[in-house]
Design a protein around this ligand. Sequence first.
Ligand code: KG4
Ligand code: ZN
Length: 349
Amino acid sequence: MTGWEMEKLEQHKEKDVLILGIETSCDETAASVVKNGRKVLSNVIFTQIALHTRYGGVVPEIASRKHIEKINQVIEEALVQADVTLGDITAIAVTYGPGLVGALLVGVAEAKAISFAAGIPLVGVHHISGHISANYIEHEELEPPFVCLVASGGHSHLVVVKDYGEYEIIGRTRDDAAGEAFDKVARAIGLGYPGGPKIDKLSREGNPEAITFPRARVAESEYDFSFSGVKSAGLNYLNACRMKGEHFSQADVAASFQKAVIDVLVEHSLHAVKAYGYDKFAIAGGVASNASLREAFERECGKRRIMFYRPSPLLCTDNAAMIGTAGYYEYIRGVRSGYDLNAVPNLKL
Ligand code: KG4
Ligand code: ZN
């Protein structure tokens, strides 16, 4: 933490900073109240998964409509559970990108309306900054700098967290995100949507060494990822079995595919931690809730004496507590958004 930020924190010490976090970037309508950045007073999530399952993925138009239906109720519930009223809220933090534009707009419009009506400052938050900040909630001792792997449905980034809200992306995916590969292979296996948690569960009954799937490297950049190869190899394997009428074990395909993805995530991440000279490493994003991935990092970080941080699974997938936490650090840095805040679907970190 910089001296300047310490000073900012000091200024707020005598008074609790309560952030109302709002998140609607994809298919979860979520609101949370977070006290002083790290204490979650409430974390309400209305998940739309059941609505989208029949289509095999998130339907943006349906997501936006459901957000509109649910947002007021979810925010009210977050305030009630936290035992506060809007009058107690110091600032409203809202995800304004990246994500589905129509979905983001619901949260942004709602946050602006409450901010205007109740006279509460507004802070726009980057969704990935939120995912990374989820690590602060349960690890009071964690402070930047550290390296963080962000693996979600839309991103696979290796990030150096230089300070609160200050990031340098050192690796990214050249094609599919890790979560996207999980979802597509799961669908091909016949597991349905969302694929990640289903592969996670089924792989426990399978042999991760049964099928050899590729572990891709990107020639020019040792920290970049590429998951389209392993995804295609999975799809090709399944197609070949089906065309030849051969039986395949769903569990073995799931376990072998998952192992191939995890091996690459672990290898690249820990190589970066060492090369950049850090001793702290964190994971974030939906894929970070994967049990085998968490075990693999725990084991490998232990061997290398790297401190390993991970949010509990509920705080890895989309939620508003992480937005409240990221919003707190933005707020104390003096960041304020105007009423011209707009949804930015491809917002850069
Ligand atoms: O972070 P997130 O909730 O939303 C985005 O920002 O994208 O991540 C969702 C992604 C999906 O692709 C989902 O299949 C994957 O995270 N995911 C998992 C697991 N839980 C969610 N992947 C592997 N194992 C899991 N347990
Ligand atoms: Zn996310």
